[in-house]
Design a protein around this ligand. Structure first.
Ligand SMILES: Nc1nc2c(ncn2[C@@H]2O[C@H](COP(=O)(O)OP(=O)(O)O)[C@@H](O)[C@H]2O)c(=O)[nH]1
Ligand SMILES: [Mg+2]
Ligand SMILES: [Zn+2]
Length: 291
């Protein structure tokens, strides 16, 4: 029985890429009875039901499933920000990185619109995030700079792009796969949610076996739901030093013999990242309700 991945879904019709072809599939009756909703991204077993047609016999166990966009088996989030237009906001970068980590996704940082950068402007930002432990790619959807590096970061993985409107997410996808013709340069309209409007999401190929959701993720940026004491675990360079703080449960603020604060003083932890860590902890404290 061949296997494949669901790359697109419309009501009860699923498009399954088997590697050789894309089959238009319906789930078998017993799947429906077991109330297993098939998601885009699911790995499934199918049997051929005619030319180009198939039936989904089984959904293989999922690694994870994101709510927005609704995609299963996501490997990583690519946080896209622009160097300019809109202006780079590092607190926003860190917020997205924390949200991705809280969703248990690997995160990559993509700094787009490098064609608009002043000389010497991008390098220091790249260094801060590389030192923190992230893979960083500097790209321009306009000139093509960095697209090969982005494609190799996406190779053989399922990725979701995240980032504010206007930074070039759709432009980057179009540049990686010119067949897509996604709309760019406009504020995306809010999808009406009603009985006849379905949110469609598709996984689109971007070369080297990489698949990317054509709908961005993490559109809600509130940290509520993330316990304030967990924020430190979502800053890799802080998490690395935290076990060596004197006190268990050290918040790396006013506590004595805090290895993280020493790390900041020694330049091991970037001062800007540390300041934004404190900012995000304050925000999580203001919004988190422990039950
Ligand atoms: N100069 C420059 N403009 C870009 C680049 N990437 C995208 N843009 C422009 O930025 C605007 C927003 O791009 P879009 O892809 O729609 O952003 P999205 O909202 O993140 O999907 C469009 O006018 C694009 O032409 C880039 O690398 N350099
Ligand atoms: Mg877009
Ligand atoms: Zn500490």
């Amino acid at each position: 029985m061949p296997g494949g991945r669901v790359i697109r879904a419309y009501s009860n019709v699923y498009y399954v890429d088997t590697g050789d072809e894309v089959l238009e599939c319906r789930p078998r009756g017993r799947l429906k009875l077991r109330d297993t909703r098939v998601l885009v991204g699911d790995l499934v077993r199918v049997s051929q039901a005619g030319p180009g047609l198939g039936a989904i016999d089984e959904v293989l166990p999922r690694r994870n499933a994101l709510a927005r966009p609704q995609v299963a088996n996501v490997d990583q989030a690519v946080i896209v920000l622009a160097v300019h237009e809109p202006e780079l906001e590092l607190l926003l970068a860190d917020r997205f990185l924390v949200l991705a980590a809280a969703a248990e996704l690997e995160a990559i940082l993509c700094l787009n619109k490098v064609d608009l950068a002043c000389p010497g402007e991008v390098g220091p930002v790249v260094k801060v995030y590389e030192d923190a432990g992230y893979l960083v790619v500097a790209t321009s959807a306009k000139t093509g700079e960095g697209l090969a590096a982005l494609r190799s970061a996406l190779a053989r993985k399922v990725s979701v792009l995240a980032g504010p409107s206007g930074v070039g997410k759709s432009s980057l996808l179009n540049a990686l796969n010119p067949d897509l013709r996604l709309r760019t340069g406009e504020v995306s309209r809010k999808v009406r949610r009603g009985t006849h409007t379905t949110r469609h999401v598709a996984l689109v190929p971007v070369g080297s076996g990489g698949l990317v959701a054509d709908t961005p993720g993490f559109t809600q940026l509130e940290l509520d739901g993330i316990p304030p004491q967990d924020i430190a675990w979502f800053f890799p360079e802080i998490a690395a030093l935290a076990p060596r703080c004197k006190f268990r449960g050290c918040a790396h603020r006013a506590e004595p013999e805090c290895r993280v604060k020493e790390g900041v003083a020694e330049g091991l932890v970037d001062g800007g990242r540390y300041a934004r860590y404190l900012e995000l902890v304050r925000e999580a404290e203001a919004t988190y309700r422990a039950y």
